[in-house]
Design a protein around this ligand. Structure first.
Ligand SMILES: [Zn+2]
Length: 365
C-alpha cells in the first residue's frame, strides 16, 4: 500500500490498517480464504448535496449529515484507493470498511458536503467531467478542485463530458466506437492529472453504462471501472465494473441504506452472462453464478427484478435465476442477496446490470 499522499489524515489510515494487519497476523490467519473473507467493502454513490436540485440524485444537507454521522460512528470510512488496493491484493480491511464517492463534481459538494466530511475527518472521492468543470456556476471550477485536492479529496475520471459511452454514431463500426470513447477517457485523465497531479486511473461510467468490450479496454489500459449497480466489493469482484450503492433520492432512507452499508460482496467465481448490453426484446433467460460458498447461505438466496421476485434454482454452489421478460430500454438490473452464515443480519449481495439501446442506437438519460 502506498501512502505518498500529502494529507496527514492518510497517516491515521495507515496506522489503522497496519494495526489491523498486525492483529490479523497474531490471529494466525494461514488460509488465503480467511484473508479474502476479511477483504470486503462497500462504496456509496452521491451526486448533489442540496435540497433544491433534482430529487432523484440529491440528498438534502441534513440527511447527508445524518448518513455521514452514522458512518463515522459505525464504520471505517477509508479513501477509495486504500480500499481498492487492499481488495485487489486480498489484504485485510477493517470489518466495516466503506468509501464515499460523488459523481459529476457539483459545487454543492463543496458548499454543503465538504464541511460535514471535514468535521468528521472522512475521506472521499469525486468523479469529475473535466470539460464541465467551471462551465456553469453549479459546477466546481478548477481552483476549487485544486483546493479540495490539497485538503485530501481524491479526484477521478467520469469521462470528459458525461457522454453515454454506449451510444453509437450513425454507421459507426464497433472498433471506431471503442476508439472514440476511449480517447474521451484518456483526455479526461490527462486533464485531471494536469490540474491536480493525480492520476488514479479510476473511471466511473456515466449513468453506470458499460459493456464487455469497454470493460476489456478498461482492464487492458490498467484502469479500474466503477458502475452504478449495487453490491459489496471483494476480491472476487469484477474490477472493470465495481458496484456502488446509490445513496440519494429514493435510496437515502436510513433503514434500507443500513442493510446496504452492511452488505458483503458475493464471492462470484464464474458466471454465465458476460456482456450486460442487450439488443431490444432479447430475453435474458436463465443465468447462473457460481460462488465460493463457505459463508454464503446460497439456498436462502433471493433474486429480484423491478420489484418482482424471480424464480431461482440451486445446484452445489451455483445459483440460477430466470428472467423471461423483455428488458426495458435503458438501464435495469437483477439483484440477488443471500444471508451470511457467520455474520447475522448481513447479506451477500450480487447485482447484474442490463443496458438496452433505443432503436437508433442511443441511450436515454
Ligand atoms: Zn454522472
Amino acid at each position: 500500500m502506498k501512502f505518498t499522499r500529502r494529507h496527514i489524515a492518510a497517516l491515521n489510515y495507515a496506522t489503522l490498517i497496519s494495526s489491523f494487519i498486525l492483529i490479523s497476523l497474531f490471529q494466525a490467519a494461514p488460509a488465503n480464504a480467511q484473508t479474502k473473507n476479511q477483504s470486503n467493502a462497500v462504496i456509496l454513490l452521491y451526486h448533489h448535496v442540496s435540497a433544491s436540485t433534482p430529487a432523484s440524485t440529491s440528498v438534502p444537507p441534513e440527511i447527508f449529515k445524518e448518513h455521514m454521522t452514522y458512518l463515522a460512528e459505525h464504520y471505517s470510512v477509508l479513501p477509495l484507493p486504500v480500499i481498492v488496493n487492499a481488495i485487489k491484493n486480498s489484504k485485510p480491511l477493517p470489518d466495516k470498511a466503506i468509501a464515499v464517492t460523488f459523481d459529476d463534481g457539483f459545487e454543492n459538494i463543496l458548499t454543503n458536503g465538504h464541511s460535514v466530511m471535514n468535521a468528521l475527518s472522512l475521506p472521499y472521492t469525486i468523479f469529475i467531467n473535466p470539460a464541465e468543470i467551471g462551465r456553469q456556476k453549479s459546477q466546481l471550477n478548477w481552483e476549487q478542485v485544486k483546493k479540495l485536492h490539497e485538503e485530501g479529496v481524491d479526484f477521478a475520471n467520469h469521462t470528459l463530458d458525461h457522454l453515454h459511452m454506449l451510444d453509437r454514431l450513425n454507421g459507426e463500426s464497433e472498433a471506431a466506437w471503442l476508439d472514440r470513447v476511449w480517447k474521451n477517457v484518456e483526455e479526461a485523465e490527462a486533464q485531471i492529472r494536469e490540474h491536480t497531479g493525480e492520476s488514479l486511473k479510476y473511471l466511473a461510467y456515466p449513468f453506470g453504462e458499460f459493456n464487455q468490450q469497454l470493460a476489456n479496454r478498461v482492464k487492458q489500459a490498467g484502469y479500474i471501472g466503477f458502475g452504478q449497480h449495487s453490491g459489496g466489493v471483494g476480491p472476487h469482484s469484477d474490477f472493470a465494473a465495481l458496484p456502488r450503492f446509490p445513496a440519494a433520492g429514493p435510496y437515502a432512507r436510513m433503514s434500507s441504506l443500513k442493510v446496504k452499508m452492511a452488505s458483503l460482496a458475493m464471492p462470484v467465481l464464474s458466471q454465465t452472462l458476460q456482456n450486460p448490453e442487450f439488443a431490444a426484446n432479447t430475453l435474458v433467460g436463465k443465468q447462473s453464478i457460481t460462488v465460493r460458498q463457505e459463508d454464503v447461505r446460497l439456498k436462502q438466496a433471493a433474486c429480484y427484478f423491478q420489484g418482482e421476485t424471480l424464480p431461482v434454482d440451486f445446484s452445489d454452489n451455483t445459483l440460477s435465476y430466470t428472467l423471461d421478460k423483455a428488458l426495458p430500454i435503458g438501464r435495469s438490473r437483477v439483484n440477488c442477496t443471500a444471508p451470511s452464515a457467520s455474520k447475522p443480519g448481513r447479506y451477500y449481495w450480487y447485482s447484474q446490470p442490463f443496458f438496452v439501446a433505443r432503436e437508433n442506437g442511443t441511450y436515454p438519460d
